[in-house]
Write a protein that binds this ligand. Structure first.
Ligand code: ADP
Ligand code: MG
Length: 447
């Protein structure tokens, strides 16, 4: 049998894609079993099912080709062995896998270190979501599964879902957490599909994950293939009693262009919302953030900011950042007057992006110019450099097109803007002072 198996493996190696071979055939060990049968030891149940569904016919063919005999093939789950660990000699040459052969696809994203329950401030608008997350983290897959959190932009969804990841990791160090945004999920699925590596990805998501955290699932809206993949991943994990936590910007049934079968599954566990923060919570968040960063912020500034930015914690934090940065850079005390002056200029558009107005005013201020100078035809370096910096910042932070940037800068053509962007890149590479100026301005804008 040993010889038969080895010959079959050699044949399979020539027939299969190397990655598939290493992922699904290499980890298999031949084990002792009943006479005349092939007993194969695999790392886990999922692996067994996957190989049975996808490779069993091929294995049988290969055995037939080499030994000309029919054998029964049995799978047995053996001692834990990482399924994708490859023997050194069969590792693909470097460069064969652009994502790094160690990692393979589907590792998700890193958790932000400070998005933990410890730094999350609780108030009436988020306490239900918060305690649901805590319960899930204390007892993964035993309370609410899936847990679906929905709410508007900047209200703490990402912070909470990542807190679950951190808390699970610290309570159950052996558990495997997979965190990713809907956008990353879609990219990973499509990349795996293009490279014919979907099975590797599926194994990662479905077989090597105890807690799946998917942030901003609305990104899958209208994307049928990733939704389909997600549907199957969801089912596998759910049936295997693995915890799933999902966030979205709306109640599941309200997310457009989403398959009904997914929407309904999102409601199988618990759906909770996060509402905009109450005034008291806003002040609380500001005080705790200031305390954590060791900045003394007068109560009247706290009250003013909390009142000025009612609808999103992100805006609230951004405003505090800007005000403290101003005080720091200008070496002036952090007063109510300063807070009013700084935040007076903060104007973001409906999608929460910076407006070009704010960028231009901050750049002009920084170089002690008028906004009209930036829009003028003056070519003096004292004006043209700030203008190039403005173009750079507009491009980087407002998502504006070259045309729109040209418009904002006094009706310049998009080729002029492109030239300015190229020039500023070279200048930054050569002049640390310019780079520093850009960083200072960014800090003032609060990005
Ligand atoms: P969302 O994902 O809902 O758009 P985030 O989780 O990214 O929002 O939150 C935006 C910012 O506000 C983050 O920096 C986060 O740490 C902070 N934040 C939100 N809610 C709270 C809270 N209750 N306590 C502390 N910080 C919070
Ligand atoms: Mg988020």
């Amino acid at each position: 049998m040993t010889e038969t198996w080895q010959q079959a493996l050699d044949a399979l190696k020539t027939r299969l894609d190397p990655v598939q071979f290493e992922t699904w055939l290499s980890p298999i060990r031949l084990a002792e079993g009943p006479e005349g049968t092939l007993t194969l030891e695999v790392p886990d149940e999922f692996f067994a099912r996957w190989v049975r569904d996808n490779y069993l016919d091929m294995i049988k063919d290969a055995i037939w080709d080499t030994a000309r005999c029919h054998v029964g093939v049995h799978f047995r789950v053996g001692p834990a062995r990482p399924a994708v660990e490859r023997p050194a000699e069969t590792r693909p040459e470097s460069g064969a896998d652009p994502r790094g052969s160690e990692a393979g696809p589907g590792l998700g994203e890193r958790l932000v270190p400070w998005f933990t329950f410890e730094t999350f401030v609780v108030g009436p608008s988020n306490e239900v979501a918060h305690s649901a997350c805590e319960m899930v983290a204390e007892n993964p897959a035993r309370t609410y599964n899936p847990l679906f959190i929905y709410g508007g932009v900047g209200l703490g969804k990402t912070h909470l879902i990542q807190s679950v990841g951190h808390a699970v990791l610290s309570r159950f160090p052996g558990m495997r957490i997979l965190y990713m945004s809907g956008e990353t999920y879609v990219n990973e699925v499509m990349t795996a599909y293009k490279n014919d590596r979907l099975d590797v990805l599926r194994h990662r998501y479905r077989g090597q994950c105890d807690v799946l955290l998917v942030d901003d699932v609305q990104y899958l809206s209208g994307k049928d293939f990733p939704q389909d993949e997600f549907f199957h991943t969801f089912n596998e994990l759910y049936n295997a009693q693995k915890q799933i936590v999902i966030t979205g910007d709306q109640f599941p049934s309200a997310i457009p262009k989403f398959s009904d079968r997914l929407r309904s599954r999102f409601g199988w566990g618990l759906i909770v919302d996060i509402a905009p923060p109450e005034p008291e919570l806003r002040m609380d968040i500001l005080r705790k953030k200031a305390a954590r960063e060791g900045i003394a912020v007068p109560e009247e500034v706290v009250a003013y900011l909390a009142n000025r930015f009612p609808s999103s914690v992100r805006d609230l934090e951004g405003a505090l950042n800007r005000v403290t940065a101003h005080a720091l850079i200008r070496k002036t005390p952090l007063t109510l007057d300063l807070a009013v002056r700084v935040t007076d200029r903060i104007v973001t558009d409906r999608r929460g992006r910076l407006t070009s107005d704010l960028v231009l005013r901050t750049v002009a201020d920084y170089f002690q110019l008028h906004v009209s100078d930036l829009k003028s035809d003056r070519r003096h370096r004292g004006v043209s450099l700030p203008r190039q910096i403005a173009a750079h910042l507009l491009r980087k932070h407002t998502g504006a097109s070259l045309q729109a940037i040209g418009q904002a800068l006094g009706g310049r053509s998009h080729t002029t803007v492109l030239a300015a962007l190229n020039r500023i890149e070279k200048v930054v590479a050569l002049e640390p002072t310019t780079e520093r100026a850009i960083k200072d301005i960014e800090r003032q804008i609060g990005v």
